[in-house]
Ligand binder design. Structure first.
Ligand code: PHE
Length: 344
């Protein structure tokens, strides 16, 4: 019987078969149970010897069952590992790569053209205090620029009480000038790309758009209007890839610069091309930082001097890529993105 049972145990090739063999031996109506029950009917002197034999058999069978169980578990694990093995030689199918959005592409180009002139990238928050967006930039409460720029105000704080700050979605990146001057010591040279917001929506205006701000501050007398003109002319000619691109500086007004100017590049309305032509297109606002703005940021205007400029990113990207409608930037039309987007 012993050998027969051991043979049964080693013949169990699955975990289920093993379980039924075990029940067949040690279960309630199993064969070992039957032998044990037979013990009671024996006379006491035989019962003792027989009991010892049965105990020995029990140990042997249990040992055999246990080692069989372990063996089956090992096999099951090995099978599972085999089944679930990754075939790392299978060629990978990558999804088609995306394209870089023309706005991000334009920002990257602008930033790198200023980086070669030593400008660092700076950032500020989209949700800005009125102070950073207006007051510190010499644009007091009732200044027309505050309404001209169709500001989005955030709920809360009426800004009616002295010192009470009302938050706005920044209408320009110029607040980063303020943050830069408050945070660091001149000489400063930064370019700050970012989102800006104005309540305005048509083919050439979007309630959210992008600007790049520039600021350069150094000792008074070392950084002049001539530098401003040189830096921006060089930038525009490189950005449009035209070494002779006509660039015109036209007197204008911004509260935070004096003198202020708007900068135009040559183009032909008729041909729709950038370069020498009959017409001019405005692409930048700029000027020498207004001394009051320096003072608002703790810089002594008798010691420091510099210039600032700001440009609309969409405008530059539209001109460079011949994009007619500003709204296309935000439509997420895949065909448009594939066409105008840059390769990653
Ligand atoms: N912030 C101005 C605008 O949004 C542009 C500007 C920036 C002008 C810096 C002068 C200096 O129109």
């Amino acid at each position: 019987l012993r050998d027969a049972l051991l043979a049964e145990i080693s013949a169990a090739t699955t975990q289920e078969a093993w379980e039924s063999v075990r029940v067949g031996i040690f279960g309630k109506s199993g064969r070992f149970r039957a032998l044990q029950q037979g013990l009671g009917k024996l006379p006491p002197e035989e019962r003792r010897d027989r009991g010892q034999v049965l105990n020995g058999l029990k140990k042997t069978l249990e040992g055999a069952l246990e080692s069989r169980r372990q063996e089956l578990a090992r096999q099951a694990l090995a099978q599972r590992l085999e089944r679930e093995r990754e075939d790392i030689s299978v060629p990978v199918e990558l999804p088609p790569p995306g394209r870089i959005h023309p706005i991000n592409q334009a920002i990257a180009e602008i930033v790198s053209l200023f980086a070669v002139q030593g400008f660092d990238v700076a950032e500020g928050p989209d949700i800005e205090s009125q102070w950073h967006n207006f007051a510190a930039l010499n644009t007091p409460d009732h200044h027309p620029a505050r309404t001209e720029q169709d500001t989005f105000y955030l709920p809360g704080g009426k800004g009616e009480v002295e010192g009470e700050e009302r938050l706005v979605l920044r209408t320009q990146t110029s607040g980063v000038q303020i943050r830069t001057m408050l945070d660091g010591q001149p000489p400063l040279r930064i370019i700050a790309p970012g989102r800006t917001y104005r309540a305005d929506h048509d083919a050439t205006h979007s309630p959210m758009f992008h600007q790049c701000e520039g600021l350069m501050i150094d000792r008074k007398g070392t950084l002049t209007l001539a530098h401003l003109k040189g830096v921006l002319t060089d930038f525009l000619r490189r950005y449009f890839g035209q070494p002779d691109l006509p660039v015109r500086f036209r007197a204008s007004y911004f509260p935070f610069t004096v003198p202020s100017m708007e900068i135009d590049i040559g183009w032909s309305k008729q041909k729709g091309t950038i370069g020498a032509g009959e017409d001019w297109l405005e692409v930048l606002g700029a000027g020498m930082v207004q001394p009051r703005v320096l003072a608002n940021c703790g810089l002594d205007p008798a010691v420091w001097q510099g210039f600032a400029f700001g440009m609309g990113v969409e405008r530059l990207a539209m001109l460079k890529n011949g994009i007619a409608d500003l709204r296309a930037f935000y439509d997420s039309d895949l065909r448009w993105l594939r066409h105008y987007g840059a390769a990653p």
